[in-house]
Design a binder for this molecule. Structure first.
Ligand code: TYD
Length: 134
């Protein structure tokens, strides 16, 4: 399966008491979740990420506020602006990604199909391009 990055719309249960959204595998997510982390309290102007993963896939939701996820496939860059909690971005393995333009109080939820593994990171863009084009 060779999926491209794409926005996944999530169910939205509208309710006068407050709305509710969710995702689960396999109905919304193309992978089952091994790990969840979140990024918060990002100072204005900061960038997170700036790496690729050899194996791990991710799904990123702006639970609160907004930010941009910039994906590079080795040739082209694509910017996905996330600013609602009822959709998210699927990021396949082997895409260079960074996150920027965090709004005040933004909260990025990220789920991954792999446990944390430092050796899965590619931290040099030149190395990423070389591996991507292999
Ligand atoms: P990192 O993924 O490098 O953050 P960013 O790409 O946004 O700069 O992670 C920062 C630190 O947190 C790094 O030392 C590894 C640690 N970390 C974990 O221990 N577990 C995790 O699940 C994640 C995502 C990071």
């Amino acid at each position: 399966m060779d999926l491209k990055p794409h926005i996944i719309q999530l169910p939205k249960i509208l309710d006068k008491r407050g709305n509710l959204s969710f995702f689960e595998h396999p109905r919304q997510l193309p992978f089952s979740i091994a790990r969840t982390y979140w990024i918060y309290d990002v100072p204005g102007g900061e960038t997170r990420g700036g790496h690729a993963f050899k194996e791990q896939q991710e799904f990123i939701v702006a639970l609160s506020g907004s930010f941009d996820v910039v994906l590079h496939d080795g040739e082209n860059e694509q910017v996905f602006s996330l600013n609602r909690s009822y959709y998210g971005l699927y990021v396949p393995q082997m895409y260079w990604r960074r996150m920027e333009n965090f709004s005040t109080n933004s909260l990025a939820l990220i789920v991954s199909d792999k446990a944390y593994d430092a050796s899965d990171y590619i931290r040099e863009f030149e190395e990423y391009k070389r591996l991507k084009n292999d």
